[in-house]
Design a protein around this ligand. Structure first.
Ligand code: NDP
Length: 281
């Protein structure tokens, strides 16, 4: 097992499920002490058990069940991490969500309360948590990795417009904070996943089985996912670990790595074979 993060302390938000869980487990397995967090204490415990199962000491894991959308929750995360581990080297701003309009409206008719809720967790919480972590990350000459989405664009996202807007704002935050913080030796980068199998759909209120239905459709349409398979959380976690590892990615500043099985490279009008279209007419 690699020990490349030995001596480092990582805080991974949204690590009670999905991409955050895979990231926290990977960083811990590679030597980091990790603070794991989410609101759901039961699922957070599952993440902790997965880490301990790898033979990692309980002393290397701090689990905090809290609401990241509140500044109180954010203070608790930073203060408890510093109290227990004494430093902070890696901040992974991964927690995020999308919400449906209560009346099922999409596009510009989506209620603005949905906009507020999405921006609160996907953008505002990242700004304030970064502010609170800054001092410790500068001391450690540390790394920030934000988890964005291909929903940020440049393609349109009419069904989940506010979600896409929150991630587009996050990309600009990544670029701008990267230039602001590199003068202090702190690197900021991000990863932009495509469709990944996680608890995201369930958190949005999708009924059981719907996520699988969606995944099956995407995988069987080459214009949706050219590589033919949904992403796995570990495939995104590996990129986060790469961006957190200064030996490997030192010269990457303020960039986002797209990991989407080819989805964003396909234009609708180029997704079908021209010869097949002509033959059928
Ligand atoms: P999951 O729903 O599996 O995980 C989301 C995590 O965020 C959970 O641990 C959840 O914890 C946490 N979270 C959400 N809201 C809050 C809150 N208010 N306070 C504290 N924690 C919160 O989804 P993913 O793993 O897919 O999502 C991780 C990131 O990846 C998100 O930023 C998402 O936008 C992004 N992404 C995901 C894609 C996908 O296809 N899955 C595609 C592109 C980007 P809890 O429920 O315990 O509070």
């Amino acid at each position: 097992m690699s020990t490349r993060f030995t001596g480092k302390v990582a805080l991974v938000t949204g690590s009670s499920n999905g991409i955050g869980r895979a990231t926290a487990v990977l960083l811990a397995q590679e030597g980091a002490k990790v603070t794991i967090t989410g609101r759901n204490a039961e699922r957070l415990e599952e993440t902790k058990q997965e880490i301990l199962k790898s033979g990692i000491s309980e002393d290397n894991v701090l689990a905090i069940a809290t609401d990241l959308a509140t500044e109180k929750g954010q203070d608790e995360l930073i203060n408890s991490t510093i109290q227990k581990f004494g430093r902070l080297d890696i901040l992974v701003n991964n927690a995020g969500a999308a919400f449906n309009d209560a009346e099922g409206k999409t596009g510009v008719d989506q209620d603005v309360s949905v906009f507020d809720k999405i921006m609160q967790i996907n953008m505002r919480s990242i700004v304030t948590l970064t502010q609170k972590a800054k001092k410790y990350l500068i001391e450690a000459k540390g790394e920030i990795i934000n988890v964005s989405s291909i929903g940020a664009g440049p393609q349109a996202q009419p069904s989940f417009m506010y979600y896409g807007m929150s991630k587009a704002a996050l990309d600009q935050f990544t670029r701008s904070s990267a230039i602001d913080l590199i003068q202090h030796g702190v690197r900021v980068n991000s990863v932009s996943p495509g469709a990944v199998i996680t608890g995201f759909g369930e958190a949005m209120g999708m009924p059981a089985g719907m996520h699988e239905k969606y995944g099956h459709f995407m995988e069987s349409h080459k214009e949706c996912i050219p590589c033919g398979s949904m992403g796995k959380p570990i495939e995104i976690a590996n990129i986060i670990a790469f961006l957190a590892d200064r030996k490997l990615s030192s010269y990457i500043i303020g960039q986002s790595i797209v990991a989407d099985g080819g989805s964003t490279l396909v234009m609708g009008m180029q997704a079908h074979d021209m010869m097949d279209i002509l033959k059928s007419q």
